[in-house]
Design a protein around this ligand. Structure first.
Ligand code: SAM
Ligand code: SF4
Length: 385
């Protein structure tokens, strides 16, 4: 029996965060000194993760994704990939990574049962890379991309978080990559995760929500979208005070926010019309294809992910497991169920399965960002983005 929530959505996808540690410090995710990490003892072991994944698969959650923090910084990660990849019934095992250590693992991951990877990359310019990720380098990530393509970890998606004043002028450059390469670029709207820091003098949460949710979202209502964007949000980040030390605070994030409608517009203005594309494993992104100058369809696709729009909620099929063993029904709402304690105090598989079922029953229909309710307390690296 598949897991079905109170609103009729089949829940068949589990994202497992394997660590809350990371070797990067992306400005929208972590402060320069790193986020506080959980004590090692509270992080689930590979055996515990494999047991939970096995229970999830038995409940019909046959799509699994490993994420973090940065999953590749966890010691012997290839051992976990192999263990989870070997669970009978897993239909799709994927991984989200910053790509920096990937070239050394790609082949082994493939052999271990990993189907595909999503690699996060926010700029194609080496000097900007340092400004955004604050660790590592572009060359290392490219090596990871190339190694994944040659190992067959495909379709390979590149996740690009778009931020005004950082990389919004590179949107078309990213899209151009799809003309010659089978890369699937996913442009991600900045998400209001852990907006607890900084002042609130910028654009309010309700405005932020309205900008994405407005009629014409992802459609070609160019004038309305630009007018609204110009009025509220085109000022380039002024406060740089946090840069190089903290992470963007809430006011800075709101100013850096670029709605997906504007991303699409920028691509179409430079590279022509985007037509709907059929891509399996598509998840919450709507996928589109460009046409090459020779008239052939581009081998890659572009997509847009906006957690702000409620279309994402309506089709949501997932739960998240944090690295310290908490099961979350929704990224955008606080609320978790503890799996670690029962796991470590002798609970049976059926008792643990029952916790999965009750979390599914309590999965909210949609987020409530428009009411100013955003997740607090944990950032993306801790939630398992
Ligand atoms: N470290 C891995 C990586 O960067 O791919 C996996 C974990 S990371 C938290 C997962 C994804 O969340 C990345 O694509 C990252 O860009 C995205 N992310 C983190 N914070 C975000 C935010 N505030 N808004 C939008 N996306 C965010
Ligand atoms: Fe690390 Fe990923 Fe967060 Fe960047 S987005 S700091 S790579 S966890």
């Amino acid at each position: 029996m598949p897991l079905v929530d109170s609103f009729g959505r089949t829940i068949d996808y589990l994202r497992l965060s394997v660590t809350d540690r990371c070797n990067f410090r992306c400005v929208y995710c972590m402060p320069e000194e790193g986020s506080p990490v959980s004590p090692k003892a509270s992080i689930l072991t590979y055996e515990e993760l494999t047991r939970l994944a096995t229970i999830a698969v038995s409940l019909g959650m046959t799509k699994l994704r490993l994420t973090g923090g940065e999953p590749l910084v966890r010691k012997d990660i290839e051992r976990l990939v192999k263990a989870i990849g070997g669970i009978p019934g897993v239909r799709d095992l994927s991984l989200t990574t910053n790509g920096y250590l990937l070239d050394r693992y790609a082949e082994e991951f493939k052999r271990g049962g990993l189907s595909r990877v999503n690699i996060s990359l926010d700029t194609l310019k080496p000097e900007r890379f340092t400004r955004i990720a604050r660790r590592g380098d572009l060359e290392g990530v490219w090596k990871g991309i190339e190694a994944s393509l040659s190992a067959g970890l495909t379709p390979l998606k590149l996740n690009c978080v778009v931020m005004r004043g950082y990389n919004e002028d590179e949107i078309a450059d990213f899209a151009r990559l799809t003309l010659d390469t089978p890369l699937h670029i996913r442009f991600i709207e900045l998400m209001p995760i852990n907006w607890s820091s900084g002042d609130d003098s910028g654009v309010g949460m309700a405005d932020f929500f309205a900008l994405s949710a407005m009629p014409g979202y992802l459609q070609n209502e160019k004038i309305a979208v630009y007018a609204r964007a110009d009025k509220n949000l085109t000022q380039v980040l002024k406060e740089r005070s946090n840069e190089g030390q903290g992470m963007l605070d809430s006011a800075q994030m709101r100013r850096a926010f670029v709605p997906a409608s504007e991303m699409r517009l920028r691509i179409e203005e430079e590279l022509g019309e985007l037509t709907p594309a059929d891509l399996q494993t598509n998840g919450p992104a709507s996928a589109f294809r460009l046409t090459r100058p020779d008239g052939l369809p581009a081998p890659g696709t572009v997509g847009f992910i906006s957690q702000i729009t409620k279309d994402v909620c309506r089709n949501c099929n997932r739960l998240r497991l944090t690295s310290d063993g908490q099961l979350r029904p929704c990224l955008m709402a606080d609320g978790e169920a503890d799996l670690r304690t029962p796991l470590r105090s002798g609970a049976s598989d059926e008792e643990i399965a029952e916790i999965f079922r009750s979390v599914v029953v309590h999965k909210p229909f949609e987020h409530r960002l428009e009411d100013g309710i955003a997740p607090t307390g944990r950032n993306m690296s801790q939630l398992g983005g």
